[in-house]
Write a protein that binds this ligand. Structure first.
Ligand code: PLP
Length: 385
């Protein structure tokens, strides 16, 4: 079966050029970047190259880049790093209600540890309510965390405006840009953030490699203690091959951003038009969005079973639902947008990637039309019985 992968927001395939960049390091053996000998120097040079590429992708300087083991670790490090050094009266963290669980659950854990945590509301369009956020940020706020692009809806948040509000009260700003990098321009100076998280496997790099940008002078308590790697900010022997892969992925993302975004946007719009032409289909998320994502609810359809039916037809998509301890939790993002539960549970996310073709988009739209019609028929029959 020719499978179609429209779940690039979950993870992107490794770009063959990234694999090529990693192979020599994996095959020929790498030194430890902390070693003084030739092998160590070669590993260190690979890290330095990658650091330069990542810095260039986001307009940072190389010394501001900290390699981590994932985007999740970078988000944890941002929140815990700031909280760990926060002193009275700054004992509050403000984030939006639609952040990724890497931010939300870290904030919740900090709340259990005695920190004040507040979540700003979002509107029905998925964008943060700036007035609500502003009302929550005050002289007791240590950090404001806001994502650039939402993983479920693709909606872009007004990060620079949030940063302005936060700065006016003397708070630091963290931005989870994991879903934005490689899809839209990300510039830490233009966004005016202190901290920013990235993840290699969302930009065609390897899984298990992340980045925290930490503005020069930003003080963070390290999550991990050990050696002096990453200028004492993140202990542990670096994943040299993985980081080299991230470096190449960042280089490609920067080189190909313009054309890529245009092509992706055109294909996403083509898919979206076809999906929204189906009876009872509505889009979730409005306003500025990343060009590869659309989130659609199909009235009267149960998304989990639709997803499984589509998988059998060779189409991989996603629901925003998280599977926690065997129980499916409905999307906190769509709930925060005020969508009724039946619409939340009828929603699917389609996320396109570099290799997605027009033909795949057309086949995907046909598969969804068929599967939705079939499920509605089955439902109608079972309610008639
Ligand atoms: N933040 C966002 C917005 C994400 O979409 C993800 C991954 O889905 C993460 C953080 C976590 O990144 P990682 O998978 O590298 O831990």
């Amino acid at each position: 079966m020719d499978r179609i992968y429209l779940d690039h927001n979950a993870t992107t395939p490794l770009d063959p050029r990234v694999l090529e960049a990693m192979l020599p390091l994996l095959r020929d053996g790498v030194g430890n970047a902390s070693s003084i000998h030739w092998f160590g120097q070669r590993a260190r040079a690979a890290l330095d190259d990658a650091r330069g590429e990542v810095a260039a992708l986001i307009g940072a300087s190389p010394a501001e880049i900290v390699f981590t083991g994932s985007g999740t670790e970078a988000d944890n490090m941002a929140l815990r790093g700031v909280a760990g050094l926060a002193r009275e009266p700054r004992r509050k963290i403000v984030c939006t209600a639609v952040e990724h669980h890497a931010v939300l659950n870290t904030a919740r854990a900090l709340a259990e540890e005695g920190f004040a945590v507040e979540m700003a509301r979002v509107g029905g369009d998925g964008r943060v309510d700036l007035a609500d956020l502003e009302a929550r940020v005050d002289e007791s706020t240590a950090l404001v965390a806001v994502m650039l692009a939402n993983n479920e809806t693709g909606v872009l948040q007004p990060v620079a405006e949030v940063a302005r509000l936060a700065r006016a009260k003397g708070a630091l700003v963290h931005c989870d840009a994991v879903q934005a990098a490689g899809k839209v321009a990300v510039d830490v100076r233009a966004l005016d953030v202190d901290l920013l998280a990235l993840s290699a496997h969302k930009i065609y790099g390897p899984q298990g490699v992340g980045v925290l940008y930490a503005r020069r002078g930003a003080r963070l308590r390290p999550l991990l203690r050990g050696g002096a790697q990453e200028r004492n900010r993140r202990a542990g022997t670096e994943n040299v091959a993985g980081i080299a892969g991230l470096g190449e992925a960042a280089r490609l993302a920067r080189a190909e951003l313009g054309g890529q975004a245009e092509r992706l946007g055109a294909r996403r719009d083509r898919l979206e038009q076809r999906l929204l032409a189906l009876p009872g289909a509505v889009r979730n998320g409005e306003g500025p969005r990343v060009p590869n994502t659309t989130n659609v609810s199909f009235a009267g359809v149960e998304a989990e079973s639709l997803l499984m039916a589509l998988d059998l037809m060779g189409l991989a998509v996603s629901t925003g639902a998280a599977c926690a301890a065997g129980a499916v939790e409905p999307s906190h993002v769509l709930r925060a947008m005020g969508l009724p539960m039946d619409r939340v549970q009828a929603s699917l996310r389609f996320s396109l990637g570099r290799s997605t073709t027009d033909a795949e988009v057309d086949r995907a739209a046909e598969a969804v039309a068929l599967a939705v019609a079939k499920q509605r028929e089955t439902r109608a029959l079972s309610t008639r019985r």
